[in-house]
Design a protein around this ligand. Structure first.
Ligand SMILES: [Zn+2]
Length: 386
């Protein structure tokens, strides 16, 4: 079987849809649904509550157990403020590179999968191949939870899940989790010369960040030889906003922080420790200054860690189809942990380099798309043998 040269053309189509996570992905999803229908493949959409976004899943081949799930997200990160040399929504080829937002992360993989549809339809598959395309991966893997649940509830038990995030077609068998929280501190305004009359939310946000810094040092001191870089759980305060003027005690301050745990570590530890510090120290100290003080911490999202087994079924299949000799662990989060929670062997393997993801002038090498096409051809040959 020879690879179709269609995956760059398919990628051009997909990149043309601005599916920044803050926007709807429906135009892309509807186009994919129509494309699949044109090849006689029925797709199911799993919309979000508002109906503004949707996951899509579809199957090709017999409705039997032992199939392969090919998973990709359809959203991309924003281009705002980034110095692009080309239009990020027009795939542009130069020197063996295809430039465009999402070309690497991860419409490249989705394009290869969709370009393989005619080959999949022509093949005599003994086990099915399932597509699982999600929304809102880049803002906390929001779509994948309902997608994994619906897909696994409606098809006979698959054998393996391949998450096509960029790995240069190497195989990744583990990644850290990600737990994101928002904290809103409410103080009481006063003239900044009258500090005894109010309490500043900004000052106490500083205390909270100081505590998080200490916790971060404690986590770093627990480093073990676990294959991750860095080899310990990490914390980050990503945004902080508060106050309205230099001469007012700030009424409100909001911060977003996260904890990325190594698989096997307690994903909830950082949240518990921060909550205990708020309850036992920060809030009482604020209340001593003014009775109106409040601190609310709410979870934003949880991406479970992914702990693939060495020599697991998905890893072995992906290594056979990609020709890679080894598998590694990475720090960035993907939807792999969510699919793994359904009990199916999972691996991350896809075209492009994560170093190009989220960057201005994001690109994927045409040779990487060709490598992914060849990977899918070997998968199809395997599925024909059954
Ligand atoms: Zn991605």
């Amino acid at each position: 079987m020879t690879s179709a040269a269609a995956s760059p053309d398919m990628l051009r189509r997909l990149v043309g849809f601005d599916t920044t996570s803050a926007k709807s992905n429906r135009a892309l999803i509807d186009w994919v649904r129509d494309y699949l229908a044109g090849h006689g493949v029925a797709a199911t959409l799993v919309p979000n509550e508002a109906g503004t976004k949707a996951n899509l899943y579809a199957s090709i081949g017999p409705a039997v157990a032992g199939g392969i799930v090919l998973s990709g997200h359809t959203d991309v990160v924003p281009v705002d403020g980034q110095p692009w040399n080309t239009d990020p929504w027009t795939l542009t080829e130069k020197d063996g590179r295809l430039y465009g937002r999402g070309s690497c992360d991860m419409k490249g993989f989705v394009a290869c999968v969709l370009a393989a549809v005619p080959r999949l339809r022509a093949a005599r598959l003994k086990v099915p191949v399932h597509f699982a395309f999600s929304y809102d991966e880049e803002v906390g893997c929001l779509g994948a939870h309902s997608l994994a649940e619906r897909l696994m509830g409606s098809v006979p038990r698959p054998r393996a899940v391949i998450i096509g995030e960029p790995t240069m077609m190497g195989t990744v068998r583990g990644h850290k989790g990600q737990n994101s929280y928002q904290v809103v501190l409410t103080g009481f305004e006063a003239h900044s010369s009258m500090t005894h009359l109010g309490v500043s939310a900004v000052h106490f946000a500083g205390e909270l960040i100081h505590f998080i810094n200490g916790l971060q040092d404690e986590l770093a001191a627990r480093a073990t030889d676990n294959g991750y870089m860095p080899p310990f759980g990490t914390m980050n305060v990503g945004t902080l906003s508060g106050g309205t003027a230099g001469n007012i005690l700030a009424r409100e301050c909001t911060l977003i922080w996260e904890y990325r745990q190594v698989p096997g570590d307690d994903a909830d530890e950082a949240r518990r420790r921060v909550q205990a510090h708020i309850d036992d120290a920060l809030l009482p100290a604020m209340l001593r200054r003014h009775a109106a003080a409040r601190i609310e911490m709410t979870p934003r999202f949880v991406v479970p860690a992914f702990r693939g087994e060495e020599r697991g079924e998905a890893e072995q299949l992906a290594r056979a189809w990609s020709g890679s000799n080894d598998s590694t662990m990475v720090a960035y989060a993907t939807e792999a942990g969510i699919f793994q929670q359904t009990g199916i062997s999972t691996v991350v393997c896809g075209p492009g380099d994560i170093a190009q993801a989220h960057q201005p002038n994001e690109f994927v090498l045409t040779s990487q798309l060709a490598a992914c096409d060849a990977f899918l051809d070997r998968m199809i040959e395997w599925a024909e043998r059954g």
